[in-house]
Design a protein around this ligand. Structure first.
Ligand SMILES: [Zn+2]
Length: 385
C-alpha cells in the first residue's frame, strides 16, 4: 500500500515522527526493484463510517476541526499536545493512512492478495476517543475491525513495536474474537506505562490480551527468545483466520526514544517468523503494518524494506550493499550519511524457552513466565515448559 500523500502526516519540525522515514523507505524499496514484484496500490481514505468501526464520531469531528484550524487545538481529545500537535490536513493524512490498512485487510480477506503491507500504518496508540503517542487514527485496530465485519471469526494481532500496543488492546478488550499480543519494553520504563502481563482481557474475553513486558536493555537473543516462547504456541491454539502484525522499528539499539537493544537482523528474523506463522496458522493471510521507529535514516527504511521483501517472496539478502542512488537520496534529503549494508552484521541465535529450560532468577525468563502464567491456561496451554 502506498500513496505519496501519506507523507503529509507531519507533526512539524523537531517532532520525532519525521515523514521522511516513509519516503526514504519507499525509495529504498524502489531502488531494490521490489515495487515491480508486487502490486503497489493506493487505497481510498477511510471515511467516517469506517473510522467509526473503532473511533467515536465526536473525536473524528474534533480531528476534522483542528485539521482545518490547527491554532484552535487546545489539548482536548489529545489534540494540540506535545506528542500530537495539530497540523493543517491532519484529518486527511490520518484517514489516508487508516485507509491503507483497511484496504490491506480487504485485499487479504477477499483473496486479492495473500499478504499485504502498509508500513505507513501501525499507529497503535490512538484510542477510540483520543489521539495519543503520535497516533491519530488507529489503523491497526481499524484493519482488525474491518476483517471482523467482513466475516473473519478470529483475528490475531501481534505487535513487536517497543511500545505497548495499548490502543489496539483497548479496542478489543471485551472481544474474544481478537487475540492481541504485544511484546514491548516494560511499562515502568517506557510510554505508555501499560502492558503489564496481568492485563489479559475483560470477563468473557479472558486471555485475549497478551502482554510481554521486557526488561530495558533486552537484546537480540532475549527478544527472540521471548517472541518464540509466547507467540507461536498462542497462534497455534487460537487458529486465527488472519494474522495482523505491527513492526515498529523502535526496538533497535539506535532508537532515540526507547531502551531495548535489538538489531536490524533480529527485526528481520521476526518479520520472517511472522510470515511463516501466517502460513502455519492463518492460511497465509497476513496483513503487516509499520509502527514506531525514530532512527529515521539508519533503521526504519532498512527494516521495512526487509519486511516488504519477505512479504513479496523476494527477501533482500542481509549482506546486500545499499544502492548508491538511495544513499545519495538520503544525503540530499537529510544531510546524513546512509548505512552501507542491509545488516547490522549480526547473526543472532536464541535458546528455545521450552527446550533449553528456564532460569527463575533471570529477569527476561521471569517476564516470559509471568505472561505464560497469566494467559496460557485460558488457551488450554501449560505455562511451564
Ligand atoms: Zn513505538
Amino acid at each position: 500500500m502506498w500513496d505519496e500523500a501519506v507523507t503529509g502526516y507531519d507533526f512539524g519540525p523537531g517532532h520525532p515522527m519525521d515523514p521522511v522515514r516513509l519516503a526514504l523507505t519507499m525509495r529504498l524499496i524502489e531502488s531494490y526493484g521490489l515495487h515491480r514484484e508486487v502490486d503497489v496500490v493506493a487505497a481510498k481514505s477511510a471515511g467516517d463510517s469506517t473510522l467509526r468501526l473503532v473511533h467515536r464520531q465526536d473525536y473524528v469531528d474534533a480531528v476534522r476541526r483542528v485539521s482545518a484550524e490547527p491554532g484552535a487545538a487546545d489539548g482536548t481529545y489529545g489534540l494540540g499536545t506535545v506528542d500530537d500537535p495539530a497540523f493543517a490536513g491532519m484529518h486527511e493524512a490520518s484517514a489516508l493512512i487508516a485507509g491503507q490498512s483497511v484496504g490491506a485487510a480487504e485485499a487479504v480477506w477477499r483473496g486479492e492478495a495473500l499478504h499485504a503491507v502498509n508500513f505507513t500504518g501501525g499507529l497503535h496508540h490512538a484510542m477510540p476517543g483520543g489521539a495519543s503517542g503520535f497516533c491519530v487514527y488507529n489503523d491497526a485496530a481499524l484493519a482488525v475491525a474491518r476483517l471482523l465485519e467482513l466475516g473473519a471469526r478470529r483475528v490475531a494481532y501481534v505487535d513487536v513495536d517497543v511500545h505497548h500496543g495499548d490502543g489496539v488492546q483497548a479496542a478489543f478488550w471485551e472481544d474474544p474474537r481478537v487475540l492481541t499480543i504485544s511484546l514491548h519494553e516494560h511499562p515502568s520504563t517506557l510510554f505508555p506505562q501499560t502492558g503489564w502481563p496481568q492485563e489479559t482481557g475483560a470477563d468473557g474475553a479472558e486471555g485475549s490480551a497478551v502482554n510481554v513486558a521486557l526488561p530495558a536493555g533486552t537484546g537480540d537473543e532475549g527478544w527472540l527468545r521471548a517472541f518464540h516462547a509466547v507467540v507461536p504456541e498462542l497462534l497455534a491454539a487460537f487458529r486465527p483466520d488472519v494474522l495482523v502484525t505491527q513492526h515498529g522499528a523502535d526496538t533497535h539499539f539506535e532508537d532515540p526514544l526507547a531502551h531495548l537493544a535489538v538489531s536490524l537482523d533480529a527485526q528481520r528474523m521476526v518479520a520472517e517468523s511472522c510470515h511463516a506463522l501466517a502460513h502455519e496458522h492463518a492460511g497465509g493471510r497476513w496483513v503487516a503494518l509499520g509502527g514506531g521507529g525514530y532512527a529515521v535514516v539508519d533503521v526504519v527504511p532498512r527494516t521495512w524494506t526487509h519486511l516488504v521483501g519477505i512479504a513479496a517472496g523476494r527477501a533482500v539478502p542481509p549482506e546486500s550493499p545499499v544502492p548508491d542512488e538511495w544513499r545519495h537520496e538520503v544525503y540530499r534529503r537529510t544531510r546524513e550519511s546512509a548505512p552501507a549494508r542491509m545488516t547490522d552484521g549480526r547473526a543472532p541465535g536464541w535458546r528455545d524457552f521450552v527446550e533449553s529450560g528456564y532460569d527463575p532468577a533471570d529477569r527476561l525468563d521471569q517476564a516470559i513466565l509471568a505472561t505464560r502464567r497469566a494467559v496460557f491456561p485460558a488457551h488450554g496451554l501449560l505455562p511451564l515448559p
